[in-house]
Write a protein that binds this ligand. Structure first.
Ligand code: GAR
Length: 208
């Protein structure tokens, strides 16, 4: 059984989608813990109610990014993860941290990377006149929102969309995309070829 630790900062709907799919579909994996940098993160209660271990490493209690990263790493490694899943985890992670989890840390970002790294992705996509938007699951590297892409989901940007409407349409797809990608990882289906990620069985790495 692969051990998954999920990091959240808030609502945790992607965490829920992954944990529910893991249980429902009988993956060879277990969600060992959900860890938040915010004590009030709503997703913590959801996880605790389902008997998943939870922990908080509050970034406000640390004087430096390095000290926070080190404490977070210690909290995570206590659960001996095979895979670290970032689900709306809104802290930038340092190079030592990303190196420690290289090849075993996934993130979901609400844009079609490499477009729109960083924040306010939906607002920026609408302002740029994009006709499609989406989400990307990628391996995490030291460069923010830049690691090797595992899978992407595409949705239309419709006339009259505001940030909220587009975010909701993308989020629906995130809840399909992230479980799919995490399942591939725990089943050992992901292959690297010159920094490009392929599905070993040739599955389509995109959702429309
Ligand atoms: C999701 O839309 C996720 O893609 C985004 O935050 C939201 C978290 O929602 N992540 C990022 O912006 C990371 N840079 P959730 O807490 O309900 O999963």
């Amino acid at each position: 059984m692969k051990r998954i630790v999920i990091l959240i900062s808030g609502r945790g709907s992607n965490m829920q989608a992954v944990a529910e799919a893991c249980a429902r579909e009988g993956w060879p994996a277990t969600v060992a813990a959900v860890i938040s940098n915010r004590p009030q993160a709503a997703g913590l209660a959801w996880a605790a109610e389902r008997g998943i271990a939870t922990a908080v490493v509050d970034h406000q209690r640390f004087e430096s990014r390095e000290a926070f990263d080190a404490a977070l790493q210690q909290a995570i490694d206590a659960f001996e993860p095979d895979l670290l899943v970032l689900g709306g985890f809104m802290r930038i992670l340092g190079a030592d941290f990303t190196r420690h989890y290289a090849g075993r840390m996934l993130n979901i970002h609400p844009s079609l990377l490499p477009a729109f790294t960083g924040l306010h992705t939906h607002r920026r996509a609408i302002q740029a006149g994009c006709k499609v938007a989406g989400a990307t699951v990628h391996f995490v590297t030291a460069e923010l929102d830049h690691g090797p892409i595992v899978a992407q989901a595409v949705v239309p940007v419709l006339p009259g969309d505001d940030e909220g409407a587009l975010a909701a349409r993308v989020l629906q797809q995130e809840h399909k995309l992230y479980p799919m990608a995490v399942r591939w990882f725990v089943e050992g289906q992901l292959r690297f070829e010159s920094e490009v990620v392929h599905h070993a069985g040739g599955a389509a790495q995109c959702l429309f």
